[in-house]
Design a protein around this ligand. Structure first.
Ligand code: FAD
Length: 501
């Protein structure tokens, strides 16, 4: 008979560690002791401020009050990403959250759009059919209506938040619920001689911590999953060569924008994230094409307001751990791998890893089939996100720097080229199974936004009553315009809802 897991040690107290501790504590209840060890001397990576909408489900799972969470983390709402200079210099488009069209029921929105466009009955403005895109342009993001028929249900929101404050807030919540926090630096990891499972970790001061299950949230150090268990790393630098970043906060200027802005630079891109108390900025670049000093200067030259600190350098290698779960160690967060931050998917992958861990929660047998299934499903999900991120670099007409010439012509994964070709050929979009995070609307926004123009469309859509379809498109656009007009400004909404600190 297998015994239940009675103790979990979360190793690391960054975003991943505290998210894991909160969710496990909430889900496992008194049957399993959840503890967390972290080192104040090492600290956390401290970036990771943009999220995607499923974070709302996560916050609900761990029972956070939204207004309190937003005040504590100085959060703002995020309803999309604006991409500047990506497809070509001067090109600007939105990747809005949510769907295009009236809602999820209109299948293949883009085929009707392309059929009308081919007949010159509609202009190229995709944003007109997305509530989130229209709201982004108006600087609005918040409005709630409990009526299930309300058009506001098409408003998909995520958050921008201060990463340091988020970890601190989750810590407070967790400690209030009985999660034990141990401060100390791990200097040794002790494995069982018979099967190599982790038995305990040893701290600098000699204390030892043992558990049935270990969650490795030690960031890029990957202390357990790699340091001890040698899970291996699949390097994706040949597709995603970004490997460095500078990050700096600056004073906020004007009302907060409810979208992340990503501006392409000569050898990478710069993010801008507006929070309640400051604006977060970072320049992500590839060191093969740009020196550190130049990258730092580009960042400082392109801030909204005065910098509030010295820029901080970060280094990383894109890729994934070959096994996210090995023996009695599950890696979450940066220890499990990293796709660069372009589409804000890293915290989402922490969440996805936690959900799957709960689905696959082990007993003392640590069934290899269960572990293998977890690894396979998470691996499939992360590969699809990887393809979506590569798309942004691949779908460009830019050839003005060596970096962009390299990115535009580099080989891409077959899975991505098949999707791009299917869209280019006849506007075909598809979902690659239930494990795929990005929707067809996301693929449409980026492919179309960066200038991939389908040469045809599905001929069945020419057989529809195009007058009716055209009128329907007009109605949708008017509906969203009216909905946005009635919404309060972003900051106004946060203040009126008790979300502003
Ligand atoms: P960390 O924050 O590094 O935490 C590691 C923890 O392990 C720390 O508590 C540390 O003290 C502890 N630790 C390590 N070694 C030891 C030891 N020996 N003993 C004891 N404790 C130890 N994600 C997004 O979703 N959106 C974004 O916009 C985004 N932007 C990013 C931008 C950049 C440039 C980078 C690099 C990442 C970005 N990310 C983003 C990713 C995001 O920052 C991380 O996924 C998230 O912060 C989780 O980090 P972590 O908890 O895994 O690691």
């Amino acid at each position: 008979m297998a015994d239940p897991i009675k103790s979990v040690l979360v190793v690391g107290g960054g975003t991943a560690g505290w998210m894991a501790a909160a969710a496990l504590n909430r889900s496992l209840g008194p049957h399993c002791k959840v503890s967390l060890v972290e080192s104040d001397d090492i600290g956390i990576v401290g970036v990771g401020e943009a999220t995607v909408p499923p974070i709302r489900d996560f916050n609900a799972l761990i029972g956070l009050d939204e207004a309190e969470f937003m005040r504590e983390t100085r959060a703002t709402l995020k309803i999309g990403i604006e991409f500047v200079d990506w497809g070509s210099r001067g090109n600007r488009y939105l990747h809005p959250f949510g769907t295009f069209g009236p809602g999820p029921t209109l299948s293949e929105f883009q085929q009707s759009f392309l059929a009308l466009r081919a007949k010159g009955r509609i202009d190229d403005d995709l944003d007109a059919y997305s509530l989130c895109a229209q709201a982004c342009k108006a600087g609005k993001a918040g409005a709630r209506d409990p009526d299930p028929r309300s058009p506001l249900n098409a408003l998909f929101t995520a958050y921008h938040f201060d990463a340091g404050l988020y970890a601190r807030y989750l810590r407070k919540v967790c400690e209030g619920r009985g999660v034990e926090r141990i401060e100390g630096e791990i200097v040794d990891v002790v494995q069982r001689p018979d099967d190599g499972f982790i038995d305990r970790v040893r701290l600098k001061d000699g204390r030892e911590l043992s558990a049935d299950l270990f969650i490795d949230c030690t960031g890029f150090r990957a202390l357990l999953i790699e340091g001890a268990l040698k899970a291996g790393f699949e390097d994706w630098s040949h597709w995603l060569p970004m490997n460095r970043a500078w990050a700096v906060p600056c004073e906020r200027v004007g009302p907060t924008t409810p979208f992340t802005r990503s501006t392409a630079r000569d050898a990478g891109w710069q993010w801008r994230i507006a929070l309640q108390h400051r604006t977060g900025n970072g320049h992500v670049y590839c060191s093969d094409f740009m020196g550190d000093d130049e990258a730092r200067q580009i960042l400082l030259d392109n801030l909204d307001g005065p910098a509030l600190a010295e820029p901080r350098p970060l280094r990383f290698t894109t890729g994934r751990r070959k096994a996210f779960w090995s023996k009695n160690v599950v890696a979450l967060g940066l220890s499990s791998g990293f796709i660069e931050p372009l589409e804000s998917t890293s915290i989402h992958m922490v969440q996805s890893g936690i959900y799957r861990l709960l689905q696959h929660f082990p007993d003392s047998r640590f069934s290899p089939v269960n572990i293998e299934t977890y690894n396979r499903r998470l691996g499939a999900e992360v590969a699809l996100i990887r393809d979506f991120v590569i798309l942004h670099y691949h779908a460009t007409q830019r050839d003005d720097t060596a970096f962009w010439r390299h990115m535009a012509t580099m080989p891409i994964p077959d899975t991505l080229s098949q999707r791009v070709e299917a869209f280019r050929d006849r506007g075909l979009l598809y979902q690659s199974g239930a494990d795929e995070y990005f929707s067809q609307g996301s693929w449409l926004a980026v492919m179309y936004g960066q200038g991939i123009m389908p040469t045809g469309h599905n001929p069945l859509y020419d057989l529809q009553n195009l007058d009716q379809i055209q009128a329907g498109f007009g109605q949708i656009a008017r509906r969203w315009t009216q909905t946005v007009a009635a919404m309060p400004g972003h900051d106004e909404f946060l203040k009126a809802s008790g979300m502003w600190a």
